[in-house]
Design a protein around this ligand. Structure first.
Ligand SMILES: Cc1cc2nc3c(=O)[nH]c(=O)nc-3n(C[C@H](O)[C@H](O)[C@H](O)COP(=O)(O)OP(=O)(O)OC[C@H]3O[C@@H](n4cnc5c(N)ncnc54)[C@H](O)[C@@H]3O)c2cc1C
Length: 490
């Protein structure tokens, strides 16, 4: 891959973040551009495409959907299936094939597919993609933008794509501040080395019961953890397992549904809907579907697929109400457990190695010995708190974009310069319907696009690979128009 300076006067695109979103943006822009582009991806990891989502080398960390919802470019939705067949994934990893024949591939394999897709495209492109292995820390200029990296490289650009991805979980308020950095508290559950280093006899508390918690539990159980594992969450909701593949929409259908019409039951809740009416309409639709032998998944999918359209029409207060009342239920139906992982965790539960507990954490603090962690929690329907002692605590909740923004030097610098603000819902970065960040002055920046998970405040659920790829597909024409010769800024 080439050097930044060699690229002359071609339209220049800088992508900050080379995980799935940054890689898919580069792929789609290069595929659709009628002219050669000089694309630079700034990403500290050794390879592009893996990001934080697809880097795990744990064999039990699988994609949370089958092949049909994992793609790099919506214009070639079968590429990943072809790649899996070519790589003989089903032979090399027979466990990937679920009972109904659908495949739940290891996450790292999907990362490899994206990495190879970028490399292949870079080789074919008139100008190879530059992977600048560094971290972006600042952005200077107003109209003419320049990204500054940690090692001091300056990357001038005509278009900046910010794809900094998932933020790190934040310790919940019940944790004593002194626990930050404590050796028995793992605040970032993707730190596999620390999860694997937990003593086999340790009494472990996993805070949260979502997909991340299931990953962490799988890692410990597979490693032969002999101590007790307690997973706690307030509502006791767990990701639902996938339904059989023949009940899943086909790939093309799902892509069509993302950009297709809003479901009649959602429209029936008003335009725009209120949280209260939407909740009622969803309940009615669930009853209707169940009465005809269908499952809960159907209405949740009908809501999810074109959610970006519904969500962007909602008033901020209504969005907040939905996040408060509907989101926990939405999440467990939307983020489904790979069947292998679900079965593995249930087996550990049946063997008594793992216990799920519905409780509210009151306090988490260092015990008198200084090593163990004392936890006070109130079980559901109980009125008196209970004290429990653990040797290790793994935090699997609290993805926090506000904190993520402060912790990421590039986003912090953009905020300082008035180019970024937290979305009014509090769950992402404020962008308009074209993914342009709205800064301190309330105006969108013409030459910057934000994509992927940080845009959840504006689009509701731009979190799964297929939804991000579809979001990028919608944004690409606007990005390319901006780079065209003598196009005035709108
Ligand atoms: C653990 C996990 C598992 C998931 N599993 C699935 C799944 O199975 N299927 C699915 O559809 N979705 C899954 N998701 C959802 C996931 O958000 C998307 O699929 C997608 O991977 C998001 O990609 P991203 O590039 O936006 O973010 P990330 O994967 O978080 O990557 C962001 C990248 O940006 C880089 N970066 C950040 N700041 C800077 C900076 N200042 N300078 C340079 N680089 C920077 C980081 O190093 C990182 O590589 C998962 C998410 C997580 C966290």
């Amino acid at each position: 891959m080439s050097n930044v300076a060699e690229k002359g006067h071609l339209p220049r695109i800088a992508v900050v973040g080379g995980g799935f979103s940054g890689a898919s943006a580069a792929i789609q822009l290069l595929h659709r551009s009628p002219v050669p582009l000089a694309v630079t991806i700034i990403e500290p990891r050794a390879e592009l495409g893996y990001g934080s989502a697809y880097s795990s080398d744990d064999p039990d960390h699988r994609l949370n959907g089958n092949l049909s919802v994992h793609l790099a470019d919506p214009q070639d939705p079968d590429a990943f299936s072809r790649w899996c067949a070519r790589e003989q994934i089903a032979t090399r990893d027979p466990e990937a094939v679920a009972a109904d024949g659908s495949m739940f591939v290891r996450r790292r394999e999907f990362g490899r597919f994206i990495a190879e897709s970028v490399q292949a495209l870079s080789r074919r492109a008139p100008v190879p993609i530059t992977h600048l292995r560094d971290r972006a820390i600042d952005l200077i200029g107003e109209e003419a933008l320049t990204v500054v990296t940690q090692r001091g490289t300056q990357v001038p650009t005509d278009l900046l794509v910010v794809a900094t991805g998932n933020s790190m979980p934040r310790l919940p308020a019940a944790f004593a501040p002194t626990l930050t950095g404590h050796p028995a508290v793992i605040a970032a559950p993707y730190d596999l080395a620390r999860i694997r280093a937990i003593s086999k006899e340790a009494r472990v508390l996993v805070v949260g019961t979502g997909l991340t918690a299931l990953d962490v539990i799988s890692t410990m159980v597979r490693a032969g953890h002999g101590g007790t594992i307690t997973a706690v969450s307030r509502r006791g909701l767990r990701p639902r397992p996938h339904r059989p593949v023949d009940a899943e929409p086909s790939k093309t259908t799902l892509l069509e549904r993302i950009d297709g019409p809003i479901a009649p039951f959602v429209l029936g809740a008003g335009t725009p809907p209120t949280a209260r009416k939407l909740l009622r309409a969803l309940r009615r639709r669930i009853l209707e579907v169940e009465a005809t032998g269908g499952r809960w998944f159907v209405p949740f999918d009908e809501l999810r697929d074109p959610l970006w359209q519904t969500w962007s029409s909602l008033d901020v207060q209504e969005k907040r109400r939905i996040l408060r009342h509907l989101r926990p239920w939405y999440d467990v139906h939307r983020f489904r457990a790979p069947p292998q992982n679900d079965a593995f965790v249930r087996e550990a539960e049946a063997q008594g190695r793992l216990q799920f507990r519905v409780a509210r954490l009151c306090s988490v603090d260092v015990g008198a010995s200084g090593d163990a962690i004392e936890v006070e929690l109130i079980d559901r329907y109980a009125s008196v708190p209970r004290r429990l002692t653990f040797d290790a605590v793994v935090n699997c909740i609290g993805l926090d974009f506000a904190q993520g923004m402060a912790a990421n030097p590039f986003l912090a610098a953009m905020k300082r310069r008035g180019l970024l603000a937290i979305d009014p819902t509090g769950i992402g970065i404020f962008v308009d319907d074209r993914c342009r960040p709205i800064g301190a002055e309330g105006r969108p920046h013409q030459r910057i696009r934000l994509i992927g998970p940080p845009t959840c405040g504006a689009f509701g659920d731009p979190l799964g690979a297929i939804f991000i790829a579809a979001q990028i597909q919608r944004s690409v024409p606007g990005m390319l128009a901006l780079l065209g010769p003598r196009r005035p800024l709108d």
